[in-house]
Design a protein around this ligand. Structure first.
Ligand code: NI
Length: 171
């Protein structure tokens, strides 16, 4: 497994819409393993393929607590098929927007259809942190970031800060 470099705001790749995956093969599973390795190293609880520059509809998530064993999950072509009317608020962050956190309100529970690493279709009913994480990561596949849900003023401040930082970096 390989740790991949993360794509950081304001990289325009983060606004790309990822393409559906046609076949679950060894190459795809290797990509999922690399993403898990990259996510654990960061550390984070979720990662979309576009965050390592691959525009394919693939996510990895692990919402296990630190005192629990690892529980890696792989979602291929995930799709929200049901959202609850009830909503919840979580303080979110993103590995592509390091050290920035903001409260985001989303549906409290979602049902997600996806292909698993076994190549078969599955349904997951999620609530709590997993529901929030799934929605955040599926947003990435559509070029949407959690800062899109905060006020325009705050969003512009964050983008400006990261744009300045990226210009200051040696390439
Ligand atoms: Ni993110």
């Amino acid at each position: 497994m390989t740790i991949k470099p993360l794509i950081i705001l304001p990289d325009p790749l983060l606004r790309e819409v990822s393409k559906p995956i046609e076949t679950v093969d060894a190459e795809l599973l290797k990509l999922a393993d690399d993403m898990l390795e990259t996510m654990y190293d960061a550390p984070g609880i979720g990662l979309a393929a576009i965050q390592i520059g691959v525009a394919r509809r693939l996510l990895v998530i692990d919402v296990a607590r630190e005192d629990e064993p690892k529980a890696p999950m792989v979602f291929i072509n995930p799709e929200i098929v049901r959202s609850s009317d009830e909503r919840s608020v979580y303080e979110e962050g993103c590995l592509s927007i390091p050290d920035y956190y903001a409260e985001v309100e989303r549906p409290a529970a979602v049902t997600v259809k996806h292909i698993g690493r076994d190549g078969k279709e599955h349904l997951v009913e999620a609530d709590g942190l997993l529901a929030t994480c799934l929605q955040h990561e599926i947003d990435h596949l559509n070029g949407v970031l959690f800062i899109d849900y905060i006020s325009r003023l705050k969003r512009e401040m964050v983008i400006r800060k990261f744009t300045k930082a990226s210009k200051g970096k040696a390439v």
